[in-house]
Design a protein around this ligand. Structure first.
Ligand code: NAI
Length: 258
């Protein structure tokens, strides 16, 4: 229970990777604040955390809005008295070739994925720096290390997260706060499912969604299997505990981005 007595915040913690991270933090002993645009799914994650015997509270937030983020951090500190670990995980995707990509597509992905990480990190540091302790983990992607077709705007947003993380880590290195990026590989969450998901978009003629998902794992991934939200949670627990790892962009991708 290396995180006993710590308070963690997970944005986008209502489902998918954020939910896996929130549960892993709770299993490691932390109390957890779940923040999401969708408060109903945040409450579902909260119920699972409370079943583990940890304290949990839910907060509605839009990470792309400055006032919403400021209020979130203030409410988390009022509720828990402190903030030790922050996982800036909320993110969105859309799949557009460069000729299809609109200004609105670009702005939305950049607003949530890049500006959202900036706004959250800035507000979290205001709380962490005076206490000389903090662990910030920004969820980027392997698309922040290598480019993918039909994802130029998404890749741009995730490269931004990695550069931002590296720079801020250096700014606060002497103040007890570490700042790292987690780069998930391929995780079968809502981002992959459905007609608008990656698996649907890249499906071959006559192929079911499940067949497409299986083919992608076998053809794209060196280990032949996708990663899970639990895999992401393991690295986050490590980063939340580690004192001398900062400014890194660590991939959990089974070797995909090598
Ligand atoms: P997901 O779509 O299952 O979950 C995203 C969560 O973020 C949802 O709960 C959603 O309500 C919340 N959210 C969306 N916009 C928000 C906003 N403006 N404010 C607050 N919350 C908001 O997606 P998934 O797969 O769990 O993704 C989580 C993170 O992992 C994202 O940053 C994504 O880019 C990244 N990622 C995912 C990969 C995958 O294969 N699924 C691979 C690499 C990175």
């Amino acid at each position: 229970m290396q995180l006993n007595g710590r308070t963690a915040l997970v944005t986008g913690g209502g489902r998918g990777i954020g939910q896996g991270i929130a549960l892993a933090l709770a299993e490691a002993g932390a109390d957890v604040a779940i923040a999401d645009l969708d408060i109903a799914i945040a409450r579902e994650t909260a119920a699972r955390i409370e079943a583990l015997g940890r304290r949990c509270a839910t907060f509605q937030v839009d990470v792309s809005e400055s006032d919403s983020v400021t209020k979130l951090i203030s409410d988390v500190v009022s509720t828990f008295g402190q903030l030790d670990i922050a996982v800036n995980n909320a993110g969105v995707i859309s799949i557009k070739s460069i000729d299809e990509l609109s200004v609105q597509d670009w702005d939305r992905v950049m607003a949530v994925n890049a500006k959202g990480v900036f706004l959250c990190t800035q507000a979290e540091l205001n709380v962490m720096r005076p206490r000389q302790f903090g662990r910030i983990i920004n969820v980027a992607s392997i698309a922040g290390k290598i480019g993918f077709p039909d994802l130029s705007h998404y890749s741009a947003s995730k490269f931004a997260v990695i550069g931002f993380t590296n720079a801020v880590a250096k700014e606060v290195a002497k103040e007890g706060v570490t700042v790292n990026a987690l780069c998930p590989g391929i995780v079968g969450t809502g981002m992959w499912r459905g007609e608008d998901g990656l698996s649907g978009r890249w499906r071959q003629q006559g192929e079911s969604e499940a067949e497409s998902w299986g083919r992608h794992q076998k053809t794209l991934l060196p280990q032949g299997v996708a990663q899970t939200p639990e895999d992401m949670g393991q690295l986050v627990v490590y980063l939340a505990s580690a004192e001398h790892v900062t400014g890194q962009a660590l991939a959990v991708d089974g070797g995909y981005s090598l």
